[in-house]
Design a protein around this ligand. Structure first.
Ligand SMILES: Nc1nc2c(c(=O)[nH]1)N[C@H]1C(S)=C(S)[C@@H](COP(=O)(O)OP(=O)(O)OC[C@H]3O[C@@H](n4cnc5c(=O)[nH]c(N)nc54)[C@H](O)[C@@H]3O)O[C@H]1N2
Ligand SMILES: Nc1nc2c(c(=O)[nH]1)N[C@H]1C(S)=C(S)[C@@H](COP(=O)(O)OP(=O)(O)OC[C@H]3O[C@@H](n4cnc5c(=O)[nH]c(N)nc54)[C@H](O)[C@@H]3O)O[C@H]1N2
Ligand SMILES: [Mo]
Length: 762
């Protein structure tokens, strides 16, 4: 492990730093030359889809359609290190509990199905047949709603379709997804506003846009391939206005590591033309301010006989609720907008002025908007702003939520959801002849509550690391141990595996990058990217061991173990040839997946039909809906206005993928060798009597009487607005109360936790 160091990072995102960082991880994972050869096939129509982010795959692709972090994800999965039964002979589970997230995954790929043995506190090898026999017995003995079937957003469309079908045929809608902790605010907001649950922007819109508004996403670390589109737009002179409490390097300057000219001359492109460092959770106020200023500009222009600023024809023909929005903007005082957003009226009027002049605007956002108490309202306010000038449903414009896991959006498209009204129930009846459950299932927060109360007895996880990713981790861990059954389909060891239920299994699976051979030969799978395009993906690397199985194979075996026989559910036939799963997907969703198999490897992907792209609004009124929030107050129960309370954002470093920690470094933020960091504003450091480098502990300010405290963190003086601070997820999930979530979508409010900072005596 590198030595701890904090040092400002003065270089652009990308560039030589990227190349060096990739070389380091190739060495760390003992990857020979075949690694880089594999990378040439990443995100190509004849290759495999990256296991890192969900950003779009262009047609034609760049010669190397991968970024530093995508390459890290490939290398991390394709490591030459292995975790076999011998590892567990050497290490008891109790001992492994003291290991870091990095060290656990770093031991390598899981190679054998394992069953926890409480008497020796070890995982022991088990045969696949015995595993499914016992898991089947356990689940069949429960009420269906006592089981939860989680999926992290990586599994393919094929696996996800089978998984959702299996859970419903078993009798439950308990199908929470990582999306519940991520873009659920989007999935709730956008259908209400524009009648689709996903973004409307396609890659070609970036070529035609005149303005990009960018909220709460760290593109340089979390979707770096998007920097190509941003850089191209900036080279055309398109303004890009960023709203983010932190100055993120990828949003400031970028050197394309794939451009020999830029690399040789050390030149870079300035990405943001304006950078507004607002308060965490201040976006609703900021967006309200921009809408208010825009409406005022429109009134002035019309009063003086000028051209209107709003698209009145669009508003009249395509929308509802404009008057209510205008009234809300009129009523909301600038003083409140300034206080809540932390930005000045001038700054927001400036943005409104640029926006008023742009013909075509794209609004992009990430977790900075969704992970708040008013996440849904905030996403809807961004939609309001775009609708005011008719920026949805025409070229060069639209709304662009940057999705997380590489197929998280797709899992929802093929039926993974706890909401029965979103399940294809008529098709299940028609195609498979069973009656799907009508009762609403549990989302993540509800599943956690039910684990705490003992109502849930089994958790089956298709990927992921729930024990680490959820809120209130210190409360969840002991409750998780009381589960009757825990099953994790996984590629690597993680902390969730160290908190076994009474009966506990780890089922090792192939990664997407490996060749997947079934009865009819090598198989392909598919996923949906952030721009709602479907892509086929073919594994290319040698499987890690003879014992690992594909995710579709594992789900099919699980289904057969828990369900009564039903000849119309042809699990074996599906696994023998994944094209048949795609036929079933097409039969279930004929409009969305038309000619699915024939078009699987179409360059650029299969474009998913979305009404909003063509100004067909699938809302109850048939129109796009302006939304009015209840107010700008984020949270009456969680006071953030007291002088000693800071708003904590829990964020990702450049060296991690969610709970997977590649390295304990955060290059762009200048951190080396540690994650126990608290980024703070200099005035706050002085005001609270702390100093740079001091040891502190955070405690959550909450009225529920539960004490939540962090591990010791080191204060780092950072460019962040006073009143806000930031630290790393998942370490700080101990501070995030389960009840602190968006009111409508229940997305945990991970970006605005009220905390007090206590100095640790030296
Ligand atoms: N390499 C890599 N790629 C990833 C991931 C990863 O961990 N590593 N994770 C994947 C997943 S699942 C997801 S969901 C995405 C996550 O990607 P992001 O959406 O970038 O998520 P975070 O890193 O949590 O950071 C959120 C950003 O929002 C800013 N922010 C925080 N609070 C606020 C706020 O209130 N307002 C505004 N305007 N900004 C705010 C933070 O400063 C930070 O820049 O990335 C995906 N891609
Ligand atoms: N405080 C705070 N909490 C957060 C967030 C935050 O910003 N702040 N972000 C939230 C978000 S956006 C998300 S998406 C969640 C993420 O939550 P999860 O999706 O549950 O977590 P991951 O860390 O992505 O899961 C990592 C594990 O997945 C397994 N895995 C990797 N590849 C594969 C594969 O191909 N197949 C299978 N079966 N398993 C595989 C490996 O065993 C690895 O250990 O966390 C959420 N939690
Ligand atoms: Mo995510």
């Amino acid at each position: 492990m590198s030595k701890e160091k904090v040092e400002a990072y003065l270089f652009p995102a990308g560039g030589w730093g990227s190349v060096k960082s990739l070389a380091t991880i190739l060495g760390q994972e003992h990857i020979p030359l075949s690694g880089p050869l594999l990378l040439r096939k990443q995100n190509k129509p004849d290759g495999f889809m990256c296991v890192s982010c969900a950003w779009a795959k262009p047609d034609p692709p760049h010669p190397f359609e991968f970024c530093e972090n995508g390459a890290k994800a490939t290398v991390w999965e394709q490591t030459s290190k292995r975790v076999g039964p011998d590892f567990f002979e050497r290490h008891m589970v109790g001992e492994l509990l003291s290991w870091s997230d990095h060290d656990l995954e770093e031991v390598g790929r899981l190679t054998h199905p394992l069953r926890y043995d409480a008497s020796s506190d070890r995982y022991l090898p088990v045969s696949w047949d015995d595993a499914f026999a016992e898991i089947g017995r356990e689940l069949r003995a429960m009420e269906p709603d006592q089981a939860v079937f989680y999926s992290s957003g990586r599994a393919s469309l094929e696996t996800s379709y089978m998984y959702a079908l299996m859970a419903r045929a078993f009798g439950t809608n308990n199908l929470p997804d990582s999306s519940n902790m991520c873009h659920e605010s989007t999935s709730v907001a956008l259908p209400k506003s524009i009648g689709v649950p996903v973004g409307t922007v396609l890659l070609k819109d970036f070529e035609e846009t005149d303005l990009i508004l960018f909220f709460g996403h760290n593109v340089g670390s979390n979707a770096p391939r998007m920097l190509h589109q941003l850089q191209d737009a900036r080279k055309r002179g398109v303004p890009l206005i960023t709203f983010n409490p932190l100055r993120e390097r990828g949003l400031e300057r970028f050197t394309n590591p794939q451009s020999p000219a830029e690399m040789a001359t050390l030149s870079s492109t300035k990405i943001s033309t304006d950078y507004h460092q607002l308060h965490a959770g201040g976006d609703l106020a900021a967006l309200t301010g921009i809408c208010k200023a825009l409406i005022a500009l429109d009134r002035e222009a019309r009063a003086s006989g000028g051209l209107p600023v709003l698209d009145h024809a669009f508003i009249a023909e395509h929308t509802n609720g404009f008057d209510a929005l205008a009234a809300f903007c009129d009523e909301t005082e600038w003083a409140d907008i300034e206080r809540r957003s932390g930005l000045t009226r001038e700054a927001l009027e400036g943005t409104a002025g640029v926006y008023a002049r742009a013909e075509r605007t794209i609004g992009i956002y990430g977790m900075g908007l969704t992970q708040h108490r008013l996440g849904v309202e905030t996403v809807r306010m961004l939609a309001n702003l775009l609708l005011l000038r008719g920026n949805i449903g025409r070229p060069g414009a639209g709304i662009c939520p940057v999705r997380g896991h590489s197929n998280v959006q797709g899992q929802r498209t093929v039926g993974i959801t706890e909401k029965p009204e979103l399940a294809p129930n008529d098709k299940y009846r028609e195609l498979y002849g069973f009656e799907p459950p009508a009762k609403k299932g549990m989302a993540i927060v509800e599943a956690c509550e039910a684990i705490l109360s003992g109502e849930v007895k089994a958790v089956v996880s298709l990927g992921g690391n729930l024990v680490r990713a959820v809120p209130d981790t210190a409360r969840i861990e002991p409750a998780w141990r009381k589960l009757r059954l825990t099953v994790s389909v996984a590629t690597k060891l993680n902390r969730s595996h160290l908190v076994p239920g009474a009966v506990s299994y780890i089922l090792p699976c192939l990664g997407r990058i490996e060749v997947d051979v079934q009865e009819t030969g090598p198989q392909a799978v598919s996923m949906e990217d952030s721009t709602a395009c479907f892509h086929g993906s073919r594994g290319m690397a040698e499987p890690v061991s003879e014992q690992v199985r594909s995710e579709p194979w594992i789900v099919a075996r699980l289904a057969k173990a828990i369900l009564p026989p039903n000849p119309r559910l042809d699990w074996d036939g599906w696994v023998a040839d994944y094209a048949r799963i795609r036929d079933a997907i097409e039969a279930t969703y004929p409009d969305v997946f038309k000619d699915f198999n024939a078009r699987l490897f179409q360059p650029g992907g299969i474009v998913r039909p979305l009404g909003a792209r063509d100004r067909i609004w699938k809302t109850p009124s048939g129109k796009a809906e302006f939304a009015v929030p209840p107010g700008l107050e984020p949270d009456p129960d969680m006071p953030v206005d007291a002088p000693d309370v800071l708003r904590l954002m829990t964020i990702r470093s450049n060296g991690q993928f969610n709970t997977t920690v590649y390295r304990e470094d955060d290059r762009f933020r200048g951190i080396k060798g540690t994650r126990k960091i608290l980024f703070m504003n200099g005035d706050d450091i002085d005001r609270l009597g702390l100093k740079d480098g001091a040891g502190v502990v955070l405690s959550t300010v909450s009225r529920d009487g539960i004490e939540r405290r962090s591990m010791e963190l080191k204060v780092v003086r950072y460019d962040i607005p006073a009143g806000n601070c930031a630290g790393y997820y998942p370490e700080l999930n101990v501070l995030l109360p389960l009840f602190h979530h968006d009111r409508q979508a229940k997305t945990p409010a991970a970006k605005s936790i009220p905390v007090r900072v206590e100095r640790v005596p030296e």
